[in-house]
Design a binder for this molecule. Structure first.
Ligand SMILES: NC(=O)c1ccc[n+]([C@@H]2O[C@H](COP(=O)([O-])OP(=O)(O)OC[C@H]3O[C@@H](n4cnc5c(N)ncnc54)[C@H](O)[C@@H]3O)[C@@H](O)[C@H]2O)c1
Length: 432
């Protein structure tokens, strides 16, 4: 089939590449000329394990193309996936859908035969209705069908998630579009993924409801960790004990920093705003948002307590700054507010991240990037394990850190407190 992905970011590039690998002809379009030129030259703009080989292979085979010419790409394609960003509005309320609507306006002039237009971006309920309205202003209804096909891939596991998703959700009542999409996804559903056809609005809501639920799970266990710290209980025991209940499940039940990334923070805000619009109070999700926002200040307070209030001139090392491991994505990572706060209090921060230096910290005085773990921790007074990369799981701290009174604050609980005690290392975790 001939596909076009509009927006060549995490979602558009990964799913476009994987669809081409399944034998489809795919054009990935972006308005960012540098990104498209880089891709044509084999430079992959994001860190995603396994993606570079797959892009190069399919680009060489000419099944995967890159372009900035939206009009031409639409004309050549049968199925169009909209994969542009849907960030939180500047005023903090709801999803900013301007990129979606501007794409809908741009593509309608290039539709002269039947096309399926799919939102893969996470969009508020009724966005599909709005897109349909915009396109039908100039295109006869028989020439297009607007479908919701939300994306559930996780950064860091995106390729695996594309080929082996738990489910494929197709929101449409159009039989023709549904048949096309059943075919498109058949190599994936034949391996076991469930294909679910719902109404368009239901598909839009499934995505938000899923993300809000996962965010709730994380926030729930983070609050339990706060209690564990007060009553001398290990949160790991609670996570295991709860997670073994099949109705609960162990995933997303590990205490740590505030949830971040490009999805949970914005999607929880967006769903509550949508619900408010329809006079429905999603009070659980609202309190999750509040609790998560408080979490960063709570962990910062712990850092101050660990340093006995003496933050000034302390050398603090962050291991990992992205919101989770195996991605270079910094969007809404808690390090973005933790590091500037500690600097304000007079600390000197250096950090190491396996995905390299971050533009977000470049302008900050007293923040330095170290190019490897050993040089990052060498002169530290306090080491904060912020992101759970495998690279951080077997560090010989005793050998590498010069200041023998160094402290570790392991926000991911990747080390054993008992082993740390045996090594006589001052060590703090979360919820234990
Ligand atoms: N990142 C994830 O893990 C993930 C997972 C599931 C769903 N989503 C959803 O998918 C959507 C995209 O997320 P992302 O992380 O891939 O975003 P991204 O910011 O990485 O990529 C979006 C791309 O769209 C391009 N773009 C914007 N307007 C355009 C236009 N008019 N024409 C062509 N290109 C245009 C931008 O230049 C950018 O490259 C969002 O709605 C997000 O919520 C993301």
């Amino acid at each position: 089939m001939k596909l076009c992905m509009i927006g060549t970011g995490y979602v558009g590039l990964v799913s476009g590449t994987c669809f081409s690998d399944l034998g489809n002809d795919v054009i990935c379009v972006d308005r960012d000329l540098k990104k498209i030129n880089d891709l044509k030259n084999g430079i992959i703009p994001i860190y995603e394990p396994g993606l570079d080989e797959l892009v190069l292979k399919n680009y060489k085979n000419k099944r995967l193309k890159f372009s900035t010419d939206l009009k031409d790409s639409i004309i050549k394609s049968d199925i169009i996936f909209i994969c542009v960003g849907t960030p939180t509005k500047k005023n903090g309320s709801g999803a900013d859908l301007s990129q979606i609507y501007s794409v809908a306006k741009e593509i309608r002039s290039s539709i002269s035969r039947f096309k399926i237009i799919i939102t893969k971006s996470t969009v508020s309920v009724t966005t599909g209705d709005e897109i349909e309205k915009i396109i039908s202003q100039t295109v006869p209804k028989k020439n297009f069908s607007v479908v919701s096909n939300p994306e559930f891939l996780r950064e860091g596991e995106a390729i695996r998630d594309f080929y082996k998703p738990d489910r494929v959700i197709i929101g449409t009542s159009d039989k023709k579009a549904n048949t096309f999409l059943k075919n498109l996804y058949s190599p994936i559903t034949s391996r076991g993924a469930k294909y679910i056809n719902t109404s368009r609005r239901a598909a839009e809501l499934i995505k938000y409801a899923s993300n809000a639920f996962l965010a709730t799970k994380i926030t729930f266990i983070n609050e339990m960790a706060n209690l564990c710290e007060k009553i001398d209980v290990n949160i790991e025991d609670i996570s295991i004990g709860m997670g073994l209940d099949k109705r609960i499940g162990g995933r997303f039940l590990r205490a740590g920093p505030a949830y971040g990334g490009s999805c949970f923070p914005k999607d929880t805000k967006a769903i509550t705003t949508t619900a408010d619009k329809f006079q429905t109070n999603l009070s659980v999700i609202k309190s999750v948002i509040k609790s998560n926002e408080n979490r960063t200040s709570l962990l910062l307070k712990r850092v101050v307590d660990i340093l006995k209030g003496k933050v000034k001139n302390k050398k603090i090392c962050f291991l990992g700054v992205t919101f989770k491991a195996n991605t270079d994505d910094m969007r809404d990572s808690s390090s973005l507010s933790m590091i500037p706060s500690l600097i304000k209090k007079g600390a000197k921060v250096n950090y190491f991240d396996p995905t390299g230096e971050k533009i977000d910290f470049k302008k900050l005085k007293n923040v330095r990037f170290s190019s490897n773990i050993n040089s990052a921790i060498k002169v530290a007074d306090l080491i904060i394990i912020h992101t759970e990369w495998n690279d951080f799981k077997s560090i010989n701290f005793k050998k590498e850190v010069q200041n023998k009174k160094f402290i570790i604050f392991d926000m991911r609980n990747i080390y054993s407190p008992i082993k740390m005690k045996e090594l006589k290392i001052k060590y703090f975790g979360v919820g234990r």
